[in-house]
Design a protein around this ligand. Structure first.
Ligand code: PNS
Length: 166
C-alpha cells in the first residue's frame, strides 16, 4: 500500500486544493491531508478551524490530520512514500523547489507535483480571503461551508448605538 501526504496550511481549504487531493487519490492507495502551519504566514483560521474545515470538505478516501512538527517526521510516522503538492505556476515552483529538496535531504522522501487544473489556477487561499473580506463572490472558489465560515469572519462587528450625553 502506497501512502502520500498532501501538506498545506489550508487557510482555508479551496476547490483548488480539493482538485489536487482528488487527483492524488487516483495515484496513491491512501492520501493524508496534513494540516500544518506556515511559519512565514499569519493565518486567518486557527489550526483547529483549518482542520475542521478540511475534514468537512470530505474528499472520498482521504483523511485530514493535524501536523505540528516537521513534514518529514509526519511522513515517517504515517509511513508515507511521497509528498504531493499542487503547482499553479512558476511562482509556486520557486517556493516549492527548495522545500522539496530540503525534505529529500532530510529523509529521502520524494515530492510529486501535480499541475493545477487551468480552470482553478487562480484559486489561492490568500486571494479568496481578500475577495471575501471585501464581500466579493467566492461560492465557486471554496466549498459552501468554507464560504459560510469566511462570511462570518468578514461580517462587520455590530456598531453600538450612539449614546447621548444628558
Ligand atoms: O499551504 P502552505 O502554506 O504552502 O503550506 C506550507 C507547509 C505547512 C506545507 C510548510 O510550511 C511545512 O511543511 N511546514 C511543516 C514544517 C516543516 O517541515 N518545515 C520545513 C519545510 S522544508
Amino acid at each position: 500500500m502506497t501512502t502520500a501526504v498532501y501538506p498545506g496550511s489550508f487557510d482555508p481549504i479551496t476547490l483548488g486544493h480539493l482538485d489536487v487531493a482528488r487527483r492524488a487519490r487516483g495515484l496513491f492507495d491512501e492520501v493524508i491531508l496534513a494540516v500544518g502551519a506556515n511559519s512565514s504566514k499569519s493565518h486567518l483560521f486557527d489550526s483547529r478551524q483549518r482542520l475542521d474545515l478540511a475534514r468537512l470538505a470530505g474528499v472520498g478516501g482521504l483523511r485530514a490530520e493535524p501536523m505540528d512538527g516537521l513534514l518529514v517526521d509526519f511522513c515517517a510516522e504515517h509511513g508515507a512514500a511521497a509528498i504531493v503538492k499542487g503547482l499553479r505556476g512558476g511562482a509556486d515552483f520557486d517556493v516549492e523547489q527548495p522545500m522539496a529538496l530540503m525534505n529529500r535531504h532530510l529523509s529521502g522522501v520524494e515530492t510529486v507535483f501535480l499541475l493545477a487544473d487551468p480552470a482553478l489556477a487562480h484559486v489561492a487561499s490568500s486571494l479568496v480571503k481578500d475577495v471575501a473580506r471585501h464581500a466579493g463572490r467566492i461560492d465557486d472558489l471554496v466549498p459552501a461551508h468554507v464560504a459560510a465560515a469566511l462570511a462570518s469572519r468578514a461580517a462587520p462587528a455590530s456598531t453600538p448605538a450612539p449614546t447621548k450625553e444628558i
